[in-house]
Design a protein around this ligand. Structure first.
Ligand code: PPS
Length: 581
């Protein structure tokens, strides 16, 4: 009897073990079929972020020194630099792979990675020789100082003077002390020729670039982890690999797996190679490849929520506000260098991500309260998304937000309309609805192709199409389907239903759906007339029209037909240089 119980227990134990293993592998594949596809793509062809006009030639992989050359056509800015990067490898366990896909914002190991990445720029010396008068002048001419707003012009000017450095080329391959760690280094020699931009001085511009924009696409090739547990897991995977290799020559039909699509198409035929030879599970702190820069109260939270569900995207927690708080003009006065701030403050706050996962930060204040040049210096090829919305509705939303936080106690009208009946342009929830200047400042620094402008009106009604557009823009695998969104009648918005790795959907917190003050028709009209010229100018600069920015009267007729390429602005901006999306 005792023997029978023992056997029974052994059978149960074996069965449980097998089931768990199956579930584990299945979940890995099931959870991220596209992710794996993109990993394999990456392995085979090293396909990297496609920016129009960018050609990237790269060789990289485990234990190799990889060189990359980035050539962007129509060069206006030239920067040659070399970075040397030595990163500690992390071979993750199954758990940590799961962790990775859940994209928790674990801060552990930040220090060591920070240190490693710090060494990347450790060779730069102080040598301020910056002379971009024209950029300075240009930004000066377009910048607006209004009411309590901080004057960014001076900051840019000061910053350029104090922090810019000539580029240096140095190749270092650092060895870590830990003998257990097998390591490799990435020596990355990049030549960036940024797409022609009317506002950057082609002659004198010599930016210090913290990164060449490849932080998330490249894996430095470090594989082994010093942790004994992880090494053990790796050795188990290696031995399992042998087992699976025997099956590799057999077709799916021979294995009788035709119907077993739930395991993913390649799991049985090229199983462990995928895990063993790939770096996709090695997580590191990476600088963002995307910033959602605004506009405040235009649905940026929903965009972040949706995007965060994508297996190739991972946001930093909350809103970081790095470029509008940690690194602002005041810091420039204190001679705090942008590079140091990015490495000391910004990078450690990023989520640890695998190589094919793009970190991103959504902070609406980047649009109108920070300096695009700082962002450019961190990553000249960073992608930027701006969600715009009707500035009148935005002002209501912003007021409601402040009111509920008890920052405002009076009625909307008390703040929005001055005593003489005109629009109170000093009020922040009013003037922040003027989008044109902020866009102009970004276009003075970044090529239009790097900026995606979304309209909240369309985003609200067509979340799937917008998210698909975002996927194309970011050049990440298509992931969103219509089943991932549901319409929530309570809030009147689409919310995230679920992702293939579990129910983690739902709407945002209640604070995101505020009841608006009801405005009288004449007030709405007054505000619309105030915003109209700024809206029109924004559309001219963007090279596209947006439903939210075209006002109609009560009969549904547009106030005054907005025409693209409005000649009255042609003296301030060369419209022919913009690209319509
Ligand atoms: N799915 C979806 N699509 C479009 N818009 C949505 C969505 N979900 C929420 N919202 C609306 O977004 C408004 C809040 O914007 P933000 O998230 O940008 O606010 S914040 O700046 O981060 O505080 C806020 O607008 P108002 O309702 O007008 O206040 C939200 O209702």
């Amino acid at each position: 009897m005792k023997k029978f119980v023992c056997i029974k227990n052994a059978v149960i134990f074996a069965f449980t073990l097998t089931t768990l293993q199956t579930i584990w592998f299945q979940s890995m594949i099931w959870k991220s079929p596209r992710n794996i596809k993109s990993v394999m793509e990456q392995q085979s062809s090293k396909k990297i972020l496609d920016i129009p006009g960018v050609e990237i030639i790269s060789q990289s992989g485990p234990d190799v020194i990889s060189k990359s050359t980035v050539n962007v056509t129509d060069s206006a800015v030239k920067d040659t630099r070399s970075t040397d990067e030595t990163k500690e490898g992390t071979t993750n366990t199954a758990e940590s792979v799961h962790e990775n896909f859940r994209r928790t914002d674990a801060a552990n190991n930040a220090e060591s990675i920070h240190e490693n990445i710090k060494s990347m720029d450790g060779t730069s010396e102080k040598n301020p020789t910056y002379t971009t008068e024209s950029v300075h002048q240009n930004i000066k001419s377009t910048n607006e100082t209004s009411g309590s707003r901080t004057n960014i012009v001076e900051g840019i000017h000061e910053n350029i003077k104090s922090t810019d450095e000539p580029n240096k080329s140095t190749n270092n391959i650092t060895e870590t002390a830990d003998k257990l760690i097998e390591m490799s280094a990435l020596t990355n020699t990049s030549t960036n020729n940024i797409t022609e931009n009317t506002d950057i001085d082609t002659e004198n511009t010599n930016f210090e670039l913290l990164s060449s924009g490849e932080t998330w696409q490249y894996n430095p090739g470090v594989i082994l982890d010093p942790k004994p547990r992880n090494r053990l897991i790796k050795s188990i995977l290696d031995s399992l690999d042998e087992l699976y290799k025997k099956r590799a020559n057999k077709s799916r039909e021979q294995l009788g797996l035709n119907g077993a699509m739930m395991f993913g198409p390649d799991f049985y035929t090229q199983p462990m190679d995928l895990f063993k030879n790939s770096d996709w599970w090695v997580k590191s702190k990476r600088l963002p490849g995307l910033l959602v820069i605004g506009v405040q109260k235009c649905g940026t939270g929903a965009l972040k929520n949706f995007l965060n569900a994508h297996p190739n995207m991972a946001s930093s927690p909350g809103e970081h506000h790095f470029f509008n708080t940690f690194y602002r003009e005041s810091h420039v006065d204190e001679k705090i260098k942008l590079k140091d701030q990015i490495l000391d403050v910004y990078l450690p706050s990023m989520p640890k991500t695998a190589e094919n996962v793009m970190a991103f930060d959504k902070t609406p204040e980047y649009f109108d309260m920070s300096d695009p040049l700082h962002i450019y210096r961190m990553n000249p090829r960073i992608k930027l998304i701006i969600v715009i919305c009707d500035p009148v509705r935005r002002s209501q939303s912003s007021y409601a937000h402040h009111y509920s936080a008890e920052r405002y106690t009076e009625s909307y009208l008390k703040y929005a309309i001055s005593k003489n009946g005109s629009v109170n342009t000093e009020e922040s929830f009013i003037f922040r609805g003027r989008y044109d200047k902020a866009l102009e400042r970004y276009l003075a620094i970044f090529p239009r192709e790097q900026i995606l402008i979304l309209d909240k009106a369309y985003f609200k009604t067509h979340p799937l199409l917008v998210m698909n557009q975002v996927e194309s823009f970011l050049n990440i695998p298509k992931f969103f389907t219509r089943y991932m969104f549901y319409y929530d009648g309570k809030y009147g918005y689409f919310c995230l239903a679920y992702t293939p790795w579990g129910f983690r959907g739902g709407c945002q917190g209640k604070g995101k759906y505020n009841t608006h003050a009801v405005l009288a028709e004449d007030v709405v009209k007054k505000l619309q007339l105030y915003y109209k010229p700024f809206n029109d100018r924004f559309m001219d600069l963007a090279g596209s029209e947006y439903q939210s920015l075209i006002y109609q009267d009560i009969n549904g007729t547009e106030f005054e037909k907005h025409t693209l390429w409005n000649s009255k602005y042609s003296n301030t901006y060369d419209n022919t240089k913009t690209v319509a999306f």
